[in-house]
Design a protein around this ligand. Sequence first.
Ligand SMILES: Nc1nc2c(ncn2[C@@H]2O[C@H](COP(=O)(O)OP(=O)(O)OP(=O)(O)O)[C@@H](O)[C@H]2O)c(=O)[nH]1
Ligand SMILES: [Mg+2]
Ligand SMILES: [Zn+2]
Length: 357
Amino acid sequence: MTPPGSGQPPRYVRCPVCADEFVWPEDPFISLYDEMNDRYEVDDLSKLPPAKAINRLRKGYRKCPNPSRDTAAHYLPATYADYRNPLVIGLVGAPISGKTHLLTAMIRQVYLNGLSRYGVTATALDFQRHKHFHDQFIVPLERGEALPGTGTGLIEAADILLLRGPGGLRPVTFFDVAGEDLESIAPRANRFLIATNAVIFVHAPEDPLETGQSSTATENRAFQMALGQLPDSRLPVAIAVTKSDRLRHAPPADHWLHRGDEHDLNAARMHAESRDVYAYLQHSGAGASSRPFDEFTRCTLHFVSASGADAVPNPDDPTKNHYPRGFRSIRVLEPLVSILAMTGVITGAEAEKVGLP
Ligand SMILES: Nc1nc2c(ncn2[C@@H]2O[C@H](COP(=O)(O)OP(=O)(O)OP(=O)(O)O)[C@@H](O)[C@H]2O)c(=O)[nH]1
Ligand SMILES: [Mg+2]
Ligand SMILES: [Zn+2]
């Protein structure tokens, strides 16, 4: 919080939720979330001694003014504007391609300190949002339950983390919306792409979509719609071929899946995997899903599996699917590590080479 009249220049922030840009309010009135009554209450920090005010600020929120008035009321962490270069990562892919499972498996590993080998640690920046994500997504997946499809019209950030790495402190917001919304031509449906500064494109082998077509068909409508809205070819992107457990006996995916999770950053290895995934997409008739590689200057491709196996109907509750042997994610951090290297969160000579031809 900058004290009023301090002579500090105004801080401009682009809200990761509604994509509006506005001058960050510097007044001492923040909001605290009251969990019991499920509402936000205004708190006046000017009445508190400085140490307590800072502590309260860390737990507090500010309501986004949403100047274009196009989104339901939403709140951002009160410290959001304290960090420069916030990162907003969007997941893009067809319906049922596996975005939500992949994001959940990925964020779970980040919270389990999976990025520490790259010198990066993570904490929740938006505690309220993280609690919801943890309870609704991470816990059920850890119990071996398959997650439900994402509701349409839910254009909200999934989680906002604070990463601390050699490149400094960076808030990272993740977006995961319904594949149906990503394919929609309604202008509001994929507005979050305006604020997005890195994308993970998600492709799944063999899924019959509602159209009866397989997602390996020559068109990838979700990718195509997003590409139309992402005009800056310098945006760092990754393509994740998820559900690769279904390819585990076939080259070239078998080689990469057998490696399991990686323990270091190696640009040449990422380049070799990218080349293999690219070849796989061409040979399986899914060339349309490799288009991000052709359109962006920095792009890596990855074989990943969020769950390690297909979900099957749960005999105790046939309305739900589950993973009878539990879920076991494979290589899910790789697309994120690549994005973090390309955006300067992970630094060093290897990081600088990631995603370049
Ligand atoms: N075999 C296998 N199945 C997976 C994997 N990840 C997801 N699935 C299955 O794929 C289906 C869709 O997964 P979701 O994560 O909900 O897909 P989504 O892209 O978020 O779907 P929408 O929210 O509808 O756009 C579910 O039935 C999952 O069980 C995986 O890594 N391996
Ligand atoms: Mg989903
Ligand atoms: Zn907003």
